[in-house]
Design a protein around this ligand. Sequence first.
Ligand SMILES: [Zn+2]
Ligand SMILES: [Zn+2]
Length: 391
Amino acid sequence: MVEISKHLFDEKCRDVSCQKLFHPWNQSCFMASLFGYKQSFLGSAKFYLVIHLLQNLMRGKKILTRKELMQIGEYYVRSTIFGAFVSGTCITLGCLFRFLMGNRMTYYTYLLVPNTLNGIFILLEPPSRRGLVTNLFCSLVLEYWLRNLESSGYLSLTVAKQTFIFMVGSAVLFYLMRLEGEKEKRTPLFWLFTPEKVKHNANNSNNVCPHDGQCWKYILKGSSTYFGVGLAISLARAILPKIRSPIKAFSSLRGAHLKLALFFGSYIGIYRSVICYLCRKRGYDSALYALPAGYLAGLSLLFKPNLGFATASLTGAFKLYATILYEKKIIPENLPLPILLYCFCQGMLFHARFLHPHTCPSYMFRLINTVSNGSSEYLYSNLLKVVKSTI
Ligand SMILES: [Zn+2]
Ligand SMILES: [Zn+2]
């Protein structure tokens, strides 16, 4: 993958027309924009259909009331419009900024500034989903920065370091989640599992643990369920793309396909074991037990090293911490920190996808490609042609 530095971009792209870089399918900026919006609406509708279906399936509720169905529909439409506007206005703003810069394309106004500004469309998403998307994008930017530091030789992201980040992130995250357990309204967060609330009335029962029933059953149940989920995801990813030739698909299965299952299973298994051990040993439950439990559970990343999981644990913990800061009024209520963060991250990640693809998290390639209905790949190949040409 070609890294396009500021120097290279300014040299090769400065005087290139917006048609070449933003809308090769039509000479007119206006007409091309219309086609761009149509593609973005189609792509966004497809992308969010899968995302919303999966999220609703994971909620695990089988019977939905009419009101709930209406709300699911409304959220889906809002997400689709959000995705379509971000992808569509990318072309409109790109052409506009080129015009404003005196018909010149610059490194910053090519994608960074337009996609920072159109991040404001996140307001179309309902507040609960807004937080989840912001959290995901912050985690991706953190991953992107770490990869940049690695590629510049300042840091080497060994498996041990990734695991250490995940251990620290998990410890703080689970501790803050257990602290939040008391509240009526919890901060929306998408994480591998939600720890149990702290048990306070241990004196009234024989069980000091935060769960009912025997410890070994509780630990085994969590481990086996998550092992099953991990295995199902790995098998689906291995088999579904080759579903037309089942024999080939099944013969491609290897021991490596157990890695995700082992990671998920041991993550919850270690966490629950440590919590139960500490509750039994000390005779009462405390939110603080989540610190050693989460820290040791983080070791399970050794089964499937992944920088994305490591950074996600940190940003998840930061999100819960930010909620505390808002409640204590340390962050002023009228400061829309999540929205500003989202805009910043979106600009950064779109910029990274096109100009620094070698360090950009792979999720961004799939996201931008699907939401733009394939247009992004076309535009990227055009950019490469421009950069490689000797004008
Ligand atoms: Zn144009
Ligand atoms: Zn127990």
